[in-house]
Design a protein. Structure first.
Length: 163
């Protein structure tokens, strides 16, 4: 009797402990460079949440932005393109507004891109954002460096030459 009572009392505690196992999502990033024959330095940066992609039939959230024009970046990196197209989407889960989640993820992507560009030395004088695609758990920024490619750039980034 005592044994079964103890099991009945402990079972909910054990189940509750297992259900609260929150994990921080892992991010996967890709930085692909391309140097054109005329010295134009292009790149594509992708940041996505690792794990299974959301099902096609499920609700998708986030914000899609496509900025065209000249970015407003300093030497550390560019900014958003002028103009653009904004479209909010319905999201699911969490207490945060889906639009704010999308903006937060977009900010994270630009921070990571700026860090990647600085660390790699690819765009020494900053960059101009050409295009941005952001959806729930996925973001891609395509851009061009403000400076042309040097011989050292061609040598260093030749192996990664494909956008």
């Amino acid at each position: 009797m005592k044994k079964s009572l103890m099991i009945v009392c402990l079972l909910p505690v054990i189940l509750l402990a297992c259900s609260n196992n929150k994990r921080t999502p892992q991010l996967e990033e890709t930085f692909v460079t391309k140097i054109e024959d005329n010295g134009l330095k292009l790149f594509s940066y992708t940041l996505s949440v690792a794990g299974p992609a959301p099902s096609a039939g499920g609700k998708r959230g986030g914000v899609g932005l496509s900025g065209k024009g000249r970015g407003s970046g300093g030497s550390a990196g560019g900014g958003r393109g002028a103009g653009g197209n904004k479209s909010g989407g319905r999201g699911q889960g969490g207490n945060m507004d889906p639009k704010k989640k999308g903006e937060k993820f977009a900010k994270k992507i630009l921070e990571q891109l700026t860090l990647k560009v600085e660390q790699s030395g690819y765009c020494r004088e900053g960059f101009i954002e050409i295009d941005r695609q952001i959806t729930r758990g996925y973001g891609q920024v395509r851009g061009e460096c403000k400076e042309g490619a040097s011989d050292a750039d061609r040598e260093k980034f030749a192996a990664e030459d494909s956008v």
